[in-house]
Design a protein around this ligand. Sequence first.
Ligand SMILES: Nc1nc2c([nH]c(=O)n2[C@@H]2O[C@H](COP(=O)(O)OP(=O)(O)OP(=O)(O)O)[C@@H](O)[C@H]2O)c(=O)[nH]1
Length: 315
Amino acid sequence: MPEIIHVMVGALSDARGRIVVSKRPDHVHQGGLWEFPGGKLESGESPAAGLKRELAEELGIQVRASRPLIRVHHDYGDRHVLLDVHRVDDYAGIPHGREGQPLDWLTPGDMDPAAFPAADRPIITALRLPTLMLITGEDPRQPEAFLARLRDALDAGVRLVQLRAHDLSASDYASLAQAAFELCERQGAQLLLNRDPAEVAHIARHGLHLASPTLMALATRPGRSNDLVGASCHDPRQLARAVELGLDYALLSPVKPTATHPEADPLGWRAFSDWVDPLPLPVYALGGLTADDLNEAVQHGAQGIAAIRGLWPAS
Ligand SMILES: Nc1nc2c([nH]c(=O)n2[C@@H]2O[C@H](COP(=O)(O)OP(=O)(O)OP(=O)(O)O)[C@@H](O)[C@H]2O)c(=O)[nH]1
């Protein structure tokens, strides 16, 4: 097993949500590509101290508050890196290229993954995804009340919605999806359809969410190239499949006991974090969680929380 190079990386944003990126010099590893500022952890140094030191050296800023975004293991063949990426929520100073490196500020949507090292793809996805995913609750058979509640959730700030309505016929699902898509578009939110991908091939959406049996049955990633695609997972085998298919994200459940699946054994945060840590993709925690669990989830390596009851507004 080659030595793992532990790299501390900062995602630092401005008031407009743009993230600072810097250009790697031509002569170094992955030279000429854009990167997120950071560098190698020194021996004996804590990750928090390493992040502070690297961002002070490279950008001339002092980190005041940060939280984990994602950890990415990547094998380049000649070296194995662990990118330990943190969002920097608060800092002092004005970022500038202290080592003469060019800087740019980009919204995650404007980042071209091909302009970054291969290991950075999951970082860009994690930056594009919000920390909360709403999974729609019952009762989709009452579309007006259902859409009113979806509107309330969007008004409250939800920006990623998974339309789960297994009891509906294909045509009722299609009508509900169309109405939900319009509401989401109006608020700049993304709508993911949780349905057989072949059945929803022509329905407007921002992406697809795969149930775990669908995930295990597929041989290739479904959908259009611009679809955001993720899947529900319950064990390491399903998580590995999501990675193999090149999906953008996974949900892992149940973390805590849940009313939706009372028979399932909860994982707890320890197993959640052990299973998620080696994976190069953002993973939402699901099962018995509310927005109040967000900080604990993020500290255990989650992209954020997905929830039905915890985020679907009461009627
Ligand atoms: N900082 C940073 N490094 C990255 C990113 N993506 C990525 O693959 N890496 C890799 O992680 C390693 C970081 O090394 P570095 O050269 O930046 O570290 P450093 O500042 O401590 O450099 P040094 O070798 O001059 O002491 C390199 O192999 C680099 O290619 C990224 O987005 N940011």
